[in-house]
Design a protein around this ligand. Structure first.
Ligand SMILES: [Zn+2]
Ligand SMILES: [Zn+2]
Length: 353
């Protein structure tokens, strides 16, 4: 729920692109022309090996341009409703159902050729650790890792299956609708298992390819419910977290806040906020100065005291490096303003005799 640092994608783009044999892929895609003449407008988008490679490597600005080409194509993959049986998915006999079946067959062919399932996934997992983004791009509450079984070894004599932690990806433009973008690097965004279950083949209605930080300003904000903050400070009463979702969604799309219950997730993380408040109160300016002097060599880009007190990356660019970063950054801004206000009022009020 914040800008993704796409500059890091640039560095691994070429290495990722090397995983595919464009001559072979191009040959196989154009080879479908005879069997699927009704899908030629789709096939025509892949007009050369170079275009195919460009689709794979398309960056955050070019990817939406290719998406538009697929949107304007006469071939669309959403299923039509059966002509005969209402609410039934497939009567198997009517014109629409036959068309659906044919679309599915073509979709399967494209997916098999581009082969995200094995080749694409392996390729992105290989280069992804170099990007440094580790959290789910939707919730920012979890790492985008899932533990998955290793392939069985050939001898098959291992007693216990081996598992390993692997990055999990979402097709930002869903592969069900955009099979042509299924191995496009910038279309593969890291996701946690929970959000993946909810998102499935849907679009999300938020332009996550907008890396421009201005576009994200004040769209999504975490806040401590203010009255609970004062009652926490004065009487140690429980804190409550609010999540403000000011984004304008396309018609019919549910807000991120509601669909993914962001508020619910983050209200289980109150202890992080309590610790942040404690650190902010206890670490005096003198202590911070001492820390800075002692560890001046460790953090070169930012002030050490901010990092230590916040407990995570303090720049907006860093939010996808560690879970909860967006949350802690937002709360930190609120707390700074709150404490500033108290100091101001303290100075104003006359001394009590
Ligand atoms: Zn039918
Ligand atoms: Zn998530």
């Amino acid at each position: 729920m914040g800008p993704i640092d796409f500059s890091k994608f640039k560095a691994i783009k070429n290495e990722y692109a090397k995983a595919f044999d464009y001559a072979e892929l191009f040959g196989r895609i154009t080879g479908l022309e005879k069997k699927y003449p009704d899908f030629n407008s789709f096939i025509a988008i892949f007009s050369s090996q170079t275009v195919l490679k460009n689709i794979v490597m398309a960056d955050e600005k070019k990817l939406p341009v290719f998406k538009k080409q697929f949107d304007n194509c006469t071939v669309q993959f959403d299923n039509g409703r059966c002509d005969f049986v209402k609410d039934k998915k497939d009567c198997g006999d009517c014109k629409t159902c036959r068309e659906n079946k044919r679309k599915k067959a073509f979709h399967n062919e494209i997916m098999a050729i581009l082969n995200y399932k094995t080749k694409g996934k392996n390729a992105i997992r290989k280069v992804y650790p170099k990007i440094g983004i580790k959290t789910c791009y939707i919730c920012n509450a979890q790492y985008a890792l899932s533990v998955q079984p290793e392939k069985k070894n050939k001898k098959g004599n291992s007693v216990q299956k081996r598992y390993s932690a692997k990055f999990q990806f979402d097709h930002y433009f869903p592969k069900e609708k955009y099979p042509g973008l299924s191995i496009s690097l910038y279309n593969l965004l890291p996701i946690c298992s929970g959000c993946n279950l909810i998102k499935r083949n849907q679009e999300i209605g938020i332009d996550f390819l907008a890396s421009d930080t201005d576009k994200w300003t004040n769209k999504f904000t975490f806040k401590i419910v203010e009255r609970t903050l004062s009652s926490f400070l004065l009487h140690q009463k429980p804190l409550e977290i609010d999540f403000i979702d000011n984004h304008t969604y396309p018609d019919g799309m549910t807000k991120l806040a509601d669909r993914y219950d962001i508020k619910g997730i983050y209200n289980t993380q109150i202890d992080l906020v309590e610790e942040l408040i404690t650190r902010k109160i206890k670490y005096s300016e003198t202590y911070k100065d001492k820390l800075s002097a002692s560890f001046s060599g460790i953090f070169t880009n930012t002030t050490i005291e901010e990092r230590i007190i916040l407990g995570t990356y303090d720049q907006e660019k860093g939010i996808h490096k560690r879970p909860m970063s967006k949350f802690l950054q937002d709360i930190n801004v609120q707390l700074d303003a709150y404490f500033q206000q108290i100091i101001k009022e303290d100075k104003k009020s006359p001394e009590v005799i």
